[in-house]
Design a protein around this ligand. Structure first.
Ligand code: SF4
Length: 384
């Protein structure tokens, strides 16, 4: 039985960040929030039959830390009630500094949250303002202290690099400031400018200039050096962790394990079929409250698409892919399906195979954006 994850989307935010294109809803109306949490429980009651024990619950957003601890407790308990869960279940809650208090963090811990993921993004006030974040770094440090006092011994901190106006020294300062908080996990994301966002408009009108690609690459390298120097090992392109503290939920995604997504716009995957819920809050509430399926659409991935995706996601992880895992999943060996791609990369020193695993070399890791497309299916329609 494959381990299963449950992703719970909490779409509410107090303001839209300049770079954000996530499915969110800007409201602090408590009645709307309460309706939505009721709907999440109701949706779970109709969809609880996952393929295996739940090993991870992930409250993502939006801003899950706008949800009262009692709502989080109710959802966790509904999941546990209707599905077998692993004894060492990981329960992550994304939080924004400025939306948590000492009391709410205690409440989340008591509800069963054992991993906090705090969206700090930057230490520099000007950059935070440019991002339209609604907090400052002092609030982030305060939130980390409260989380520790509440008994959270697994804390992830998020930061973004490559933002307009950022210099290498700014990124160093942010990463060092985060590392000074001794997190168990660090996610360092390169900025993606998503179409339709305020940031994309500013960039296209010349009001914001992205750092040049060499500088952005230097930022990534320096951030990795600083993190690894204090024992946070890189295990995926954007993620660093202390031993035993990698994100179980993210590993489910990267290892193509199944997950159920609850809430508006949430995606699900059953091992072959990917589906997604209606994207608007009103549409989601209307469907769930009327007892209709929350799913908007879906696609079944063919064998070729699944194999390519498995390799693509696997090679973004430092430890790469277990060849045995590939052949057990797909009934063919990695070598027989991708040997013609792997061999030249191996001869060039970009990919290596050791102890039954295939992984990118340090040089290959630096140019992965050029390597990974080699593993895509030749025919684009294979992806759908
Ligand atoms: S807090 Fe997160 S989800 Fe909300 S607008 Fe900002 S980036 Fe988007």
């Amino acid at each position: 039985m494959s381990p299963t994850g449950v992703y719970v989307h909490v779409p509410f935010c107090v303001a839209r960040c300049a770079y954000c294109d996530f499915a969110i809803h800007l409201t602090t109306d408590e009645a709307v929030h309460a309706r939505y949490y009721d709907a999440l429980v109701r949706e779970w009651e109709t969809r609880a039959s996952g393929p295996g024990p739940v090993v991870s619950i992930y409250f993502g957003g939006g801003t899950p830390s706008l949800a009262p601890p009692a709502a989080i407790a109710r959802i966790i308990s509904a999941i546990k009630h209707l599905s077998p869960v692993a004894a060492d279940l990981e329960v992550t809650l994304e939080a924004n500094p400025g939306t948590v208090t000492e009391d709410t963090l205690h409440g989340y811990r008591e509800a069963g949250v054992n991993r906090l993921s705090l969206g700090v993004q930057a230490a520099d006030t000007q950059i935070l303002k440019a991002m339209n974040r609604t907090h400052n770094f002092v609030q982030a440090v305060e939130a980390i202290g409260w989380a520790r006092a509440a008994g959270m011994d697994n804390v992830n901190l998020d930061a973004i690099y490559g933002y307009p106006g950022q210099e290498l020294a700014d990124v160093e300062r942010t990463v060092q400031a985060l590392l000074d908080q001794e997190p168990e996990h660090l996610s360092l994301y390169q900025l993606q400018v998503e179409p339709g966002t305020p940031l994309a408009r500013d960039v296209s009108r010349g009001r914001a200039a992205l750092p040049d690609p060499d500088l952005t690459a230097d930022m990534a390298d320096r951030a990795a050096e600083l993190s690894e120097a204090v024992g946070l090992r890189r295990y995926e392109v954007s993620n660093f962790a202390r031993p035993g503290r990698t994100s179980r939920h993210n590993r489910l995604y990267w290892n193509q394990d199944p997950y159920v997504g609850l809430g508006m716009a949430a995606h699900s995957f059953d091992g072959r079929r990917r589906s997604w819920n209606v994207r608007s809050l009103s549409g989601y509430l209307a469907r769930v409250e009327a007892g209709q399926p929350s799913e908007l659409s879906g696609e079944t991935l063919g064998q070729e698409a699944l194999m390519s995706e498995f390799v693509w996601l696997g090679l973004r992880q430092v430890d790469g892919i277990a060849a045995l895992n590939f052949s057990q999943r797909f009934g063919v060996t990695l070598e027989s399906r991708f040997g013609s791609v792997i061999e030249p990369l191996r001869r060039s020193g970009l990919i290596a195979a050791e102890r039954g695993r295939l992984f990118l070399s340090p040089r290959g890791f630096e140019v992965m954006n050029r390597i990974l497309p080699e593993f895509l299916p030749e025919s684009p329609q294979e992806l759908s």
